[in-house]
Design a binder for this molecule. Sequence first.
Ligand code: FES
Length: 83
Amino acid sequence: MSEQRDDAIMVDRCVCFDVSFRQLKQQADERDADFDELQRAFGCGRGCGMCVPYIKEMLRTGETVLPLRRDWNPSASELPAPK
Ligand code: FES
């Protein structure tokens, strides 16, 4: 199965709790925090949940700005195609 990446739209935060992946990475680095600890501290992922795979990817790779993955966000298929 091919990846469904959309490099024109980038994801850099948990929108529901308005916390950036940069902030989360800083906390993860300073406190050696895992996903569960970040979720307890910031609430990230407890709203719509769409940021969860991005946060886990951020923890895995260290990247804080990630391309939209339509296969991770089923509702993203409703977004207009990039030009
Ligand atoms: S974007 Fe993170 S819970 Fe909705």
